[in-house]
Design a protein around this ligand. Structure first.
Ligand code: SAM
Ligand code: DTB
Ligand code: SF4
Length: 333
């Protein structure tokens, strides 16, 4: 029997900027990966994974919603949009003491990365000053810091970098072709512009998307193509399964085939070999066996903590037990 062939991979450029051919990963090549027999795809993903990471180690990242609800954007999946009646009230920016408590608890529970999310379309400069103080606090506790605050200008990205921020999360969410069905209040280019500002400021990029929003397989391939062709590709790639929240337009979206979700993780791993691929939202609706398959497919990071931003996440004891059963070690600080 011949071994599954490892396709010639474009040179990885995570961390270095070079002039690259426009399309390192044509969508057709990514669609071809998606179409492979499941066993071949997982074998290749695991092989690529092992070439770049310790396959028995997983990163634990804890999320905190530092400013909840009342967002003017109309992202069709989001419980925090003012456009939908989801029962989420708008709050103010959390104060330093509350963030200190949450970050200290995350650190004690074993997280190494702390990600602060705000339901803003785009922060004001005053918001950036306040978040900068939170970033300094999180760093002083010995945690990696990540923030997701919406669209950023060049100067705002620099200000966050100066405050010590490590990562900025800004997702492309879906393929350009599917995007207009999900969001109308900002366009794809706005997202790409923010990613450029983040990269140019010297921040590490956390960028991924959501699957299970009614997109086709080709559109999933299109999302991965967008991510993998960023130059350099993101250091962190969150793959979210849609959490269907009552009141949002996507509340009744058809659930994605679990093996298709695993395929998406595997294709992200193969096309972005050095990235941290995060098994992100949606774990509360996955059983342990499916999560284990995602780790086989090359996921090596999870959101850890009883809550995501609004919705639930597996509780910490359950995650610890899962990692122990799989012999997975949390990444050390
Ligand atoms: N407001 C900022 C923004 O949109 O950039 C930051 C926070 S926003 C909640 C961050 C990301 O969470 C979104 O881009 C989306 O990918 C993800 N997300 C939001 N609601 C979700 C849901 N119901 N299921 C899965 N992922 C979701
Ligand atoms: C990401 O890709 N997923 C996280 C984080 N980045 C900010 C958010 C998931 C949100 C899931 C629904 C909720 O709880 O609001
Ligand atoms: Fe607002 Fe972010 Fe939710 Fe979109 S995803 S509605 S920008 S909080």
């Amino acid at each position: 029997m011949t071994e599954p062939q490892i396709i010639a991979m474009p040179a990885s450029r995570a961390g270095t900027r070079t002039v690259a051919p426009a399309q390192r990963w044509p969508t057709a090549a990514i669609a071809e990966l998606f179409d492979r027999p499941f066993m071949d795809l997982l074998h290749e993903a695991q092989t690529v994974h092992r070439a770049h990471f310790d396959a028995n180690e997983v990163e634990l990242a804890t999320l905190l919603s530092i400013k909840t609800g009342g967002c003017p954007e109309d992202c069709g999946y989001c419980p925090q949009s003012v456009h939908y009646d989801t029962g989420v009230d708008a709050g103010k920016l959390m104060d330093l003491d509350a963030v200190r408590d949450a970050a200290t608890a995350a650190k004690q529970a074993g997280a190494t990365r702390f990600c602060m999310g705000a339901a803003w379309r785009a922060p004001k400069d005053r918001d950036i000053e306040n978040v900068s103080a939170l970033v300094k606090l999180v760093k002083s506790l010995g945690l990696e810091s990540c923030a997701t605050l919406g669209m950023l200008s060049e100067s705002q990205a620099h200000a966050l970098k100066d405050a010590g921020l490590d990562y900025y999360n800004h997702n492309l969410d879906t393929a350009p072709e599917a995007y207009g069905r999900i969001i109308s209040t900002r366009d794809y280019q706005d997202r790409l512009d923010t990613l450029e500002h983040v990269r140019d400021a010297g921040l590490s990029v956390c960028c991924g998307g959501i699957v299970g929003m009614g997109e086709s397989r080709l559109e999933r391939a299109g999302l991965i193509a967008q991510l993998a062709n960023l130059d350099p590709y993101p250091e962190s790639v969150p793959i979210n399964e849609l959490v269907r929240v009552e009141g949002t337009p996507l509340a009744d979206a058809e659930k994605i085939d679990p093996f298709e979700f695993v395929r998406t993780v595997a294709v992200a791993r193969i096309t972005m070999p050095k990235a941290r691929v995060r098994l992100s939202a949606g774990r509360a609706q996955m059983d342990e066996a499916l999560q284990a398959l995602c780790f086989v497919a090359g996921a090596n990071s999870i959101f850890y903590g009883d809550k995501l931003l609004i919705t639930g996440n597996p509780d910490v004891e359950r995650d610890r037990a899962l990692l122990a059963r799989l012999g997975l070690r949390p990444r050390a600080a």
